[in-house]
Design a protein around this ligand. Structure first.
Ligand code: IPD
Length: 281
């Protein structure tokens, strides 16, 4: 849980969490004021959208996090990497679930992670239309709140059987990658309870942290999609694994669940991927 600002040491991870929560909630407010004309441009593919609101949200996050002369480094989905000298690095997804936002679906979020020495020490995911926030600080557990309700501690689900595991996944923006992801999914779906595609990797991972999903996997996530939510999963007793070089393009596969289920899921995915590869010759 968060403490009143005055009781938290200035250089502590809790203070980083407080800064992250303030910035994420301001960015969420900004995004709620959705203009009629979203000014959409495409990025990596024709359907990989960035709106003026993604950029405005990131600008606000950076302005707030670097206020008072902070010299922290920043990696943002829209602004790239900026160097810093304080030892703190912020990893920002100003609008995770941009396509949902574009279509007026409620599953989108602002994700803010604070890292020290490459390790996430505090993170928040705020989904304003769902009125949900999830957050964690390293060693302090993971928490969620719905609207103004009292925060509730998160705990991953205890399911160990793949055949009973409700599993989230996601797809990339490039058509060829999506095709390969679909082939892999076709090879594993009958082994799982069922599959959900929410449209925000950060929310998918937070659902694992709270037990709404038993598991999640996706190929090709970016650091900003998962930095905050991976800490939230870990602090909720779950595990997140990144399998490097999953595809020849060098992209990794990210999977999350409770540690026992994750072992099963990894074995299933690795076997399915290798049989998919050998069928291609
Ligand atoms: C995307 C969402 C989506 C996932 C994609 C991500 P964006 O992030 O998290 O669920 O499947 O891989 O790129 O582009 O909306 O920030």
């Amino acid at each position: 849980m968060t403490l009143p600002t005055s009781t938290v040491p200035l250089d502590s991870d809790e203070r980083l969490l407080q800064r992250a929560m303030l910035a994420a909630s301001a960015a969420g407010e900004l995004l709620l004021a959705r203009p009629a004309d979203l000014v959409v441009e495409s990025k990596s593919s024709a359907t990989d959208a960035v709106t003026a609101m993604d950029r405005a949200s990131e600008d606000l996050l950076v302005r707030m996090l670097l206020a008072d002369g902070a010299t922290d480094a920043v990696l943002g989905e829209e602004g790239g990497e900026r160097a810093g000298s304080s030892g703190v690095r912020w990893v920002l997804d100003p609008l995770d679930g941009t396509v949902n936002y574009l279509y007026g679906l409620p599953e989108w979020a602002v994700s803010v992670a604070a890292q020290r020495q490459g390790r996430t020490v505090a993170g928040v995911v705020a989904a304003p239309l769902l009125q949900r926030r999830w957050w964690a600080v390293a060693g302090g557990g993971a928490w969620t709140a719905l609207g103004d309700d009292e925060p509730r501690r998160l705990q991953v689900g205890g399911e160990r059987r793949l055949g009973h595991a409700l599993t989230g996944t996601g797809f990339g923006y490039a058509a060829d990658r999506r095709g390969r992801q679909g082939e892999l999914l076709a090879r594993v779906i009958a082994e799982l309870r069922d599959v959900r595609r929410i449209g925000s990797a950060a929310i998918d991972l937070c659902y694992v942290a709270g037990g709404e999903f038993d598991a999640y996997f996706e190929q090709g996530l970016h650091e900003w999609d998962s930095a905050a939510a991976a800490l939230i999963v870990a602090e909720a007793g779950g595990a997140v694994e990144v399998l490097a070089d999953w595809e020849p393009d060098g992209s990794a596969l990210t999977a999350a669940a409770n540690p026992d289920l994750l072992r099963e899921l990894r074995a299933l995915l690795v076997a399915a991927q290798s049989s998919r590869r050998s069928s291609l010759g």
